[in-house]
Design a protein around this ligand. Structure first.
Ligand SMILES: O=C(O)CCC(=O)C(=O)O
Length: 278
């Protein structure tokens, strides 16, 4: 599936950009499906007014977040709730949908389980791919929040490290609306942090005090249908969206079932919903 040049880029840079990986019509279908579901949803049920903010880990203690690994839940933009009330309609207030649409929603299942994604995982050396986490990220106009610099291994820990991220531009992602940025080559850095469960909450272990290489981040402006494959140790970031355009993206995180998945990872699955492959 991957060319020699793409495999070399993976080794050297820790990411691969694949233009036109997905039919733009499939992106439109997913977007319309998500927006229709949100338009019909009631934001006041089941903790649905929970804000997601990656610069504060305040949400992390939240039961709503910690029990979302095998559900489809929405998390709101920081600026969308004032005094416990939405300041805008739900479809324009949501930061992300997460974390198991790929197993619970047939439209996401179809988007996530394709020969292309399976082939990429195989080419990148994943012996037994398991689809662990899905997120649909909205980057809403004007209030879409920053995603702070991190690597996915921090949050989805396996021993040895095995997670890869598939990031899809569901809409054009530009400098104006908060495209993804990556730090090429820094997937080889020592692991800086690990986020894990502790008691009823979570903690962030600092394993290496080296600062995130924010000076070396480069933007990936991406047209609709572009797929970016990210090494689990690659630092990446996205800016707040201060423009008047949304920047919808879908991300899927896959681990190797041959690696150990420690029980203190934040993301847990019910025993009747085991991880599945492609
Ligand atoms: O889409 C973004 O802004 C960030 C996505 C991300 O950090 C991820 O998929 O791990």
């Amino acid at each position: 599936m991957l060319t020699a040049g793409q495999l070399a880029a993976w080794e050297r840079d820790g990411y691969i950009v694949m233009l036109d990986a997905v039919d733009p019509a499939a992106c439109d279908t997913l977007r319309e499906h998500v927006m229709a579901d949100l338009a019909a949803a009631d934001p006041s049920v089941d903790g649905g007014l929970t804000v997601f903010d990656t610069t504060e880990q305040g949400h992390a203690q939240d039961e709503y977040f910690l029990t979302s690994g095998d559900k489809v839940r929405w998390f709101l933009e920081d600026g969308a709730v004032v005094d416990g009330q939405l300041t805008r309609p739900l479809p324009l207030a949501v930061n992300k949908l997460a974390h198991a649409m790929h197993d619970l929603d047939p439209k996401f299942d179809e988007f996530s389980r394709t020969p292309l994604l399976a082939g990429v995982a195989t080419d990148l050396g994943i012996a037994d791919p398991k689809l662990l986490q899905s997120m649909y990220i909205f980057k809403q106009p004007s209030i879409g929040g920053e995603v702070s610099c991190h690597c996915d291994h921090t949050f989805l820990w396996t021993e040895p490290q095995s997670v890869i991220g598939y990031w899809f531009a569901i809409e054009d992602a530009t400098l104006e609306n908060g495209c993804l940025w990556v730090a090429p080559g820094h997937h080889r850095d020592p692991v800086r942090t690990r986020f894990r469960r502790e008691g009823n909450g979570t903690t962030m272990d600092v394993l290496d005090t080296a600062p995130w290489p924010t000076d070396e981040l480069v933007p990936i402006e991406a047209t609709k249908g572009t797929m970016v494959v990210l090494h689990g140790s690659l630092p990446h970031w996205s800016a707040p969206n201060t423009s008047d355009m949304s920047r919808h993206a879908y991300t899927l995180h896959v681990i190797d079932g041959a690696a150990d998945y420690p029980v203190d990872n934040w993301l847990h699955r019910a025993s009747d919903m085991p991880l599945r492959g492609f």
